[in-house]
Design a binder for this molecule. Structure first.
Ligand SMILES: NC(=O)c1ccc[n+]([C@@H]2O[C@H](COP(=O)([O-])OP(=O)(O)OC[C@H]3O[C@@H](n4cnc5c(N)ncnc54)[C@H](O)[C@@H]3O)[C@@H](O)[C@H]2O)c1
Length: 367
């Protein structure tokens, strides 16, 4: 790692590189350019990039960027199958890492990264950016402070029709691991774990009927949480809908925005909450919480903030040792294990015990 420079006479300016300047990497570049205390100093991507647009040194490989880029930290947004090796290469060079989700293409390889982070005491944050959205922190507070009573159930939906070119033009989008489960539902499953706790069992059905590709386009999941609560989640990249996190927040401007949109409905013994619009339904203190009593709705107040901007600010805290990562490698690997357990269930038709799934995979990996 190289030393810090001073920005505006006060704040340490972080020299940041972006590895993989495709769809997501370019968004990160824009967020970095707009943020204080951080400077884009290098990009690594084997593709030819427009130097005028980039306006910083461009390297063909991660090794060249690490050798010549003088970076303190990197954001890795290359294809998922490269995440683990790229992150390990950067951590071994002493560079802090913000690694795009999913942490790896499969749970077994994510364990290599978890071990390496621990061995090196590496600074690594996984880019499950939605956890940084203010509505998520507020929803967690409501759950933790008992505003809903005991958690009973949760339901969620994410459905948006991707353009055909997404699959036609980018070969890895048609390959195993790039279906709606690992590309999209991984975000929702991560949030459901974050909000509702670990999942004990998962049952899943997957369909390739709408697109006819090898990778699934639509999935339906049933979840049993360790707390005893149950959940259901539907995801599709073939079905048109206004329902889902991306359409219910303003964080990705390329999605149509429905301001009162709902991605998740959380129900407890004393109230209910929809997320991310934070409509809270409940009873007054002296009202019996039963189905015929009047139910009131209030919107929990929260200051607006973009997830990606908040994630970047938090990452700078991780880079400089001021904050522990909100999404560690170990945490993100558990989300990936849940996705894989769901894929196993979809394949076999059997309910999968998630803790046993993780233990078996760890034993196979010799841990
Ligand atoms: N957080 C989110 O909401 C979100 C959204 C989209 C994608 N992603 C994640 O971001 C990652 C990239 O997805 P994308 O849609 O931007 O893909 P993409 O195909 O558009 O971009 C990948 C880029 O990586 C480059 N690349 C390939 N091999 C490389 C290497 N060895 N070193 C450096 N760069 C290399 C490619 O040339 C390309 O420019 C994936 O892991 C994906 O899951 C996250």
């Amino acid at each position: 790692m190289t030393g810090e420079r001073v920005h505006s006479g006060r704040l340490p300016s972080t020299r940041l590189g972006v590895i993989g300047a495709g769809f997501m990497g370019r968004q990160h570049i824009d967020f970095v350019r707009a943020a204080p205390g951080v400077e884009l100093v290098a990009v690594a991507d084997p593709a030819a990039l427009d130097p005028a647009e980039l306006d910083c040194p461009h390297f063909g490989t991660t090794a060249q960027l690490l050798a010549n880029g003088a970076v303190d930290a990197v954001i890795i947004a290359n294809p998922t199958a490269l995440h683990v090796d790229t992150a390990i290469e950067c951590l071994r060079a002493g560079v802090a890492v913000l690694l795009e989700k999913p942490i790896a293409g499969d749970y077994a390889s994510s364990l290599r990264l978890v071990d390496e982070v621990e061995r090196l005491r590496g600074r690594l944050l996984v880019g499950h950016h939605r956890r940084h959205h203010p509505a998520i922190a507020r929803a967690r507070e409501a759950l933790d402070d008992g505003a809903l009573g005991r958690l009973v159930a949760v339901s969620g939906l994410w459905s948006a029709r991707k353009e055909d070119a997404y699959f036609d033009d980018i070969p890895w989008h048609r390959e195993a691991g790039a279906g709606v489960m690992l590309i999209n539902a991984v975000h929702d499953l991560d949030l459901l774990r974050h909000l509702c706790g670990e999942v004990a069992e998962v049952q899943a059905m997957a369909s390739t009927a709408a697109r006819g590709l090898d990778v699934e386009d639509t999935v339906s999941l049933s979840l049993r949480f360790e707390s005893g609560a149950v959940g259901s989640f539907l995801a599709s990249d073939a079905g048109v809908s206004p329902w889902g996190w991306d359409q219910s927040t303003e964080e990705t401007l390329s999605f149509p925005y429905f301001p009162d949109g709902v991605a998740y409905r959380v129900v407890g013994t004393r109230g209910a909450l929809s997320v991310p619009n934070l409509a809270h339904y409940g009873y007054g203190p002296s009202v019996s919480p039963d189905w015929h009593s009047p139910l009131s709705r209030t919107y929990l107040p929260v200051a607006p903030r973009g997830s990606f901007q908040a994630q970047l600010e938090h990452f700078l805290g991780v880079v400089h040792g001021r904050e522990d990562p909100l999404v560690s490698a170990e945490d993100a690997s558990r989300t990936l294990a849940l996705v894989e357990a769901a894929a196993r269930s979809a394949h076999t038709g059997a309910t999968v015990d998630v803790a046993r799934f993780r233990a078996d995979a760890q034993a196979q990996a010799g841990r």
